[in-house]
Design a protein around this ligand. Structure first.
Ligand code: URP
Ligand code: ZN
Ligand code: ZN
Ligand code: ZN
Length: 471
């Protein structure tokens, strides 16, 4: 046979085009696109289905060591499995530096965590929490050159945040080395001040998490870091944008000609702050930062997805069990809101939710869907064109998508190791039927492949989008 595998008769969709054709795959790569391709050793009939580039989830947290008494529910085995079952074939989780730790030691630790476990391919973003001389001068530049070409910095969380001078220092490394800087933009002191006032007034329930992080704390930090990026003259990406106020800052920056990219996530489309207030403590299931807002802000996020404001759509999967002394109930107790671990699961539901409510309801085109969920994240982090497209020479990372399939989301049918989904009971139309990673089925016939450990580490190139403007 000419090919290892031929996918026949699908509607093949990329960020730019839609065409009815066959895909020929050899040695894990796409080697032909055409009509009536020759025989494959194996063949898949995709008649009536869409064939999309496998999703690239560029923001997720797997197996990150947590402070004493907390543990993430997903490691690289369950996380990559769940992603594959949801049509995602590349993950970019974080390798987080702890304060006092060398950045290189952190990366080596995460390589060990992933080793032998991943079902699909993965890269790492760094998290820089301790920008010492050695980190700024040696470790960060070297790790960027070795293929960790993006890093996240935090403006809040006591154990993670950088001060303003440190932010300028790391942004200037991003500029010199051509890396993409990702910013968690919330004003830490405002959050701390509001938290104390709420607790002093006896407001301890999960819903006060949202009251402690109003949109202005996100707006102020977004504005501040945009100014710093302008000063240093470097592109940045604002992660997990939640609503109108941060969006306005980003639109303003774009209007100034600044390269400010933006990411949003399912929680800002499908949850609101009211979900933190349901049934007493159960709102802890939806505690994440920034918090979900309200319906008017959901609409602002939809507008940004359709009009080009947002560059990428990621899960920000941050997995903590609900019924677990190491999760949302630390020590087995219903704790005050500021002790609830932040983050919600979403690897497997990211694509179906956006497809159903976005493409299915006419808010975004199918090409824009592919761009937001696969092509742009690959470009933004230096994985394109190996990942994120359907083109001759690209990895055969593909998802055969059944646009008609109706599914009621329940946690029982998902493949993560988290004991709940915030989207329980939601009805969606469209679900991945088969997911292929480098030409191998990793999700098909309703079951994930058992081939854990086949996923490879991907060194990332220097992203074109991280280049300062030429003038
Ligand atoms: O609440 C969230 N998003 N937790 C995960 C960590 C982060 O800030 O992305
Ligand atoms: Zn964050
Ligand atoms: Zn109260
Ligand atoms: Zn995150």
């Amino acid at each position: 046979a000419l090919f290892d595998l031929v996918i026949r008769n699908g509607q093949v969709v990329t960020a730019a085009d839609s065409s009815h054709c066959d895909i020929g795959i050899r040695d894990g790569r796409i080697v032909a696109l055409g009509e009536n391709l020759g025989a494959g050793r194996e063949e898949i009939d995709a008649s009536g289905k869409l064939v999309l580039p496998g999703g690239v989830d560029a923001h997720c947290h797997l197996d990150q060591p947590m402070p004493e008494g907390m543990k993430m529910a997903d490691d690289f085995a369950s996380g990559t499995r769940s992603a594959a079952c949801g049509g995602t074939t590349t993950l970019i989780p974080f390798a987080a530096q702890e304060k006092g730790q060398s950045l290189r030691a952190a990366v080596e630790d995460y390589h060990r965590r992933a080793e032998g476990k991943a079902l699909v391919d993965y890269a790492f973003h760094l998290i820089v929490t301790d920008p010492t001389e050695t980190v700024l001068k040696d470790e960060l530049p070297q790790l960027i050159r070795e293929g960790c070409t993006s890093f996240k910095i935090y403006m809040t969380y006591d154990d993670l945040k950088l001060d303003d001078g440190q932010i300028l220092d790391v942004l200037s490394v991003a500029r010199n080395e051509g890396a993409m800087a990702m910013i968690h933009a919330e004003n830490s002191d405002c959050i701390g001040w509001l938290t104390k006032r709420l607790l002093d007034a006896g407001h301890t329930e999960p819903r006060y998490h949202a009251a402690a992080r109003p949109m202005l704390v996100e707006r102020e930090a977004t504005h501040r870091v945009i100014a710093y990026a302008e000063l240093v003259d470097v592109p940045i990406l604002i992660v997990h944008v939640s609503g109108r106020e941060a969006v306005e800052q980003i639109r303003w920056a774009r209007g100034q000609g600044l390269s400010v990219f933006a990411e949003t996530c399912p929680q800002y489309l499908f949850l609101t702050a009211e979900d933190l207030g349901i049934d007493g403590y159960e709102g802890a299931k939806c505690v994440c930062s920034p918090p979900p807002r309200d319906e008017a802000n959901q609409q602002v996020i939809w507008d940004g997805l359709s009009d080009g404001l947002f560059t990428i759509f990621s899960s920000d999967h941050a997995p903590f069990n609900y019924e677990d002394p190491l999760g949302k109930k630390p020590g087995g107790k219903e704790v005050d809101f500021h002790y609830i671990p932040n983050g919600i699961p979403g690897l497997e539901t990211r694509l179906p939710l956006l497809f159903s409510e976005g493409v299915g309801k006419g808010r975004i085109s199918i090409n824009r869907f592919v761009e937001l969920t696969a092509t742009n994240p690959a470009k933004l982090y230096g994985l394109y064109p190996q990942k994120g497209s359907i083109a001759v020479g690209a990895d055969a990372d593909l998802v055969i998508w059944d646009a008609q399939r109706e599914v009621t989301i329940t946690n029982a049918q998902l493949h993560h190791d988290v004991d709940y989904t915030p989207y329980e009971g939601m009805q969606v139309t469209g679900w991945p039927e088969t997911t292929l990673s480098r030409g191998e089925v990793v999700w098909g016939n309703g079951a994930p492949s058992q081939a854990r450990g086949r996923g490879r580490f991907l060194p990332c190139g220097k992203p074109e989008m991280a280049r300062p403007r030429v003038r």
